[in-house]
Design a protein around this ligand. Structure first.
Ligand SMILES: [Zn+2]
Length: 446
């Protein structure tokens, strides 16, 4: 199939997700190569902009919006979906790690789980994901094959890792990923220490230094549970955020997953340093970690984005659910219907993710000059009539089943709810075939 060089979309409801929250009721968009070159009302589309298109889409009955940006995931954990339930994070992690250790020494199995997760994300309208997992080289290869935009890097972890490697191999692994993928302007490479309770300051500093040297991001889990806070307080006589701050880890290139247990001073510090925080409401609820003070962080100007976390703390990676939870949870617990503005939630799921990747100038909204990462949502169904406000519809009524078409850098990867880049049935069958071995691994080790 010949590559589309110029695509013209007409008659869409365009939810741009730009900073002005612009919505165009009957909109058109022109894509040339991998970039958006024109956006506006269909009636205003100049003839010379539309001329020479080798593909036209009549998007009547569709919302056109940027692909969602899931800023925290562990896609490879798709293999362990539903294996461990109803335990608090610490016990849950010990059990999960046992199963991971038995299976993930094999990079091919790891890649299979990661590819399954990427397929789920793309079919659900996610075009960019920040993923933390073992064998990140396999994740990058799978992402290139399937066509999702990936942000990832080597995990740093002091105990023997589930991939069979020890702490001394982490920096070389991380360097190799920068060497191999760091120059690719469609991907993001960084360093990913698992957390301050699993990585001593030496490893955190190594990861920070390398990210700085190579211009990558630094991402870690932070302040997810009370138990984690207690561990760090005992060890370092400060909080998790205080400890990260003392190591010089808070900056606009840092992405912290969770930040459930943070006080006012820490929120101010996160805001002042430009550190990005990923809110993962589903994971925090299911693992009983607590409820992050998201409205308080927003009020103080903390840069917030949204994630699903892995499919064992989910048990899927549904960004529409994440949006709806983020938009409702904080209202409920505060008994305040104004606690989370809906437009803010949508920005957290799109352009704020781009900002956290230092890519807001070329990603995250339907804006000329940015990459054509976009989705078309079906709005012909009964749950989509009437639509008085498309942003409200996207956050409060739309879901994964509405995602019809997905494009990444102008390349179509999902057409009419079918993934074009990988055989999903084969992926699912491969994962099902592994299931007996995964169950046995857990039972043998028990
Ligand atoms: Zn996580």
């Amino acid at each position: 199939m010949a590559e589309t060089r110029k695509l013209v979309v007409r008659n869409a409801v365009i939810v741009t997700c730009d900073r002005e929250e612009t919505v165009i009721d009957d909109g058109a968009m022109v894509v040339e190569g991998r970039d958006i070159t024109w956006v506006g009302a269909t009636a205003d589309l100049p003839d010379d902009m539309a001329a020479g298109a080798d593909r036209e889409i009549d998007a009547t009955g569709r919302i056109l919006m940027p692909g969602l940006i899931n800023m925290h995931a562990h896609c490879g954990d798709s293999l362990f979906r539903g294996l461990v339930e109803d335990l608090p994070l610490e016990e849950w992690l010990q059990t999960v790690w046992k199963a991971e250790a038995a299976i993930l020494g094999n990079p091919d199995d790891c890649r299979l789980g990661t590819a399954l997760g990427f397929a789920e994300l793309l079919l659900g309208g996610v075009t960019t994901v920040m993923d933390m997992f073992w064998h990140a080289d396999q994740s990058f290869a799978a992402a290139q094959e399937i066509g999702i935009r990936l942000a990832s890097g080597a995990i740093f972890f002091d105990p023997p890792g589930m991939d069979g490697f020890g702490p001394e191999q982490r920096r070389p692994q991380a360097e190799a990923l920068f060497d191999r993928y760091g120059e690719d302007d469609e991907l993001f490479v960084g360093t990913m220490p698992h957390g301050t309770y699993t990585v001593a300051p030496k490893g955190i500093h190594e990861a920070l230094d390398l990210a700085r040297e190579r211009g990558g991001f630094f991402c870690t889990h932070a302040a997810e549970t009370r138990a984690e806070q207690e561990t760090i307080r005992k060890q370092y006589a400060t909080s998790v955020i205080g400890h990260l701050s003392a190591m010089g880890a808070l900056s606009p290139r840092t992405v912290l997953a969770h930040c459930v247990h943070v006080d006012c001073d820490e929120m101010e510090l996160l805001a002042r340093t430009g550190t990005h925080v990923v809110h993962n409401p589903m994971s925090n609820l299911k693992l009983a970690s607590g409820i992050a003070p998201v409205p308080e962080m927003l009020m103080r100007g903390v840069s917030l984005c949204l994630g699903t976390d892995g499919p064992i703390s989910g048990n899927d990676m549904d960004m529409w659910l994440a949006m709806r939870l983020a938009a409702t949870l904080h209202k409920g617990v505060r008994e305040d219907a104004t606690a989370m503005p809906v437009g803010e939630v949508l920005q957290m799921a799109t352009i704020n993710g781009a900002r956290a990747l230092a890519a807001e100038s070329w990603l995250g909204s339907i804006t000329p000059g940015k990459r054509a990462d976009f989705i078309l949502l079906d709005i012909t169904g009964p749950h989509a009539a009437p639509i008085f406000d498309p942003i409200n519809h996207v956050v409060f009524a739309a879901g994964r089943g509405d995602v019809r078409d997905v494009f990444v850098s102008g390349r179509q990867v999902v057409r009419d709810r079918q993934l074009l880049t990988m055989d999903v049935d084969k992926l699912v069958a491969g994962v099902r075939a592994l299931q007996p071995r995964i169950r046995a691994a857990l039972e043998d080790g028990a």
